[in-house]
Design a protein around this ligand. Sequence first.
Ligand code: FNR
Length: 342
Amino acid sequence: MNRARRKLEHIQHALLLEQEGANGFDDIVFVHQSLPGIRTNDVKLHTTLGELSLSSPLFINAMTGGGGQATLDINKGLAEAAKACGIAMSVGSQMAAVKDASERPSFEIVRQVNPNGLIFANIGSEATVDEAKRAVEMVEANGLQIHLNVVQELVMPEGDRDFTGALARIERIVRDVGVPVIVKEVGFGISKETALQLVNVGVKLIDVGGFGGTNFARIENKRREEMISYFNDWGISTAASIVEVLQGAPSVAVIASGGIRTAFDAAKAIALGANAVGVARPFLQELVGRGMESVVALIEAWHTDLVRLMTALGAKTIEELQSVPLVIRGDTHHWLTERGFD
Ligand code: FNR
């Protein structure tokens, strides 16, 4: 199957995906505070990811690029929305574009539209240092995402079957690429053990890409004739994965993504310890269904909701939100107890 067609199929199936699993955030409950003692105007959404400074914890996570006009139009619309709202944005995987120059325009447009914005490049863990550098140069990226997607590859008939050497390649890229590196999952979550492996090779930023949102096992299963159903519910929920990563690597900055569907989810993710929150499918859906202006309106509404939630909790900053009291119940409590996390 040709790669451009696969990308379009991913977008189509992602838009049609009716059912998402449990992201774990229903199990997280804030403890109401009757005397928060702050004004909405006091609340600041600014956050940091290591040396990177973000005006908002929300960003548009990696989706597309490469292929034809359709992915160029999507990336242009997302980049315009990111610019209008002053939020960061990742491009989709550039693995094809680092090898084939004809794939580059739909990535380059993101920097053309938003010359001063915060943009993340995106590659797979099969990439060499040289390929990583080319991906960064292509969009003049401020950071580089390296995605880990073993389950997606295993479900794809044409996917990779050899997962050796990834950690050593990540180590070399972190050392030599020259911009901050974010290692991310794509919907299956990152465990304590994986976080520890990553931090040991110098990774400082981890996007949990947890279970409970866009599900690439289900998407790939829709594209194949014979279903591999045991991967459909595979993975660590996004809520549990934030705690997993912080248990394995307390020094890393955590990005929460995977099924973040409301500002309420985002606030809970931050309260569990995340510094930033990535959202993919809802922004794509809004763009394709209603257009760029609607993506801007959606992001602005999330910002308003975040300020309202933080005011209720008495948290003036993202840092303060990270330490408000909360109660963890249900399956997430069970998971964290079984894993020995207190
Ligand atoms: C993705 N995602 C993704 N991630 C990545 O690192 N490289 C990529 O090329 C892609 N491609 C891609 C295409 C489409 C259509 C979607 C919807 C998603 C994964 C994405 O960045 C994110 O980790 C997951 O989608 C989970 O977030 P949501 O969608 O549940 O908010």
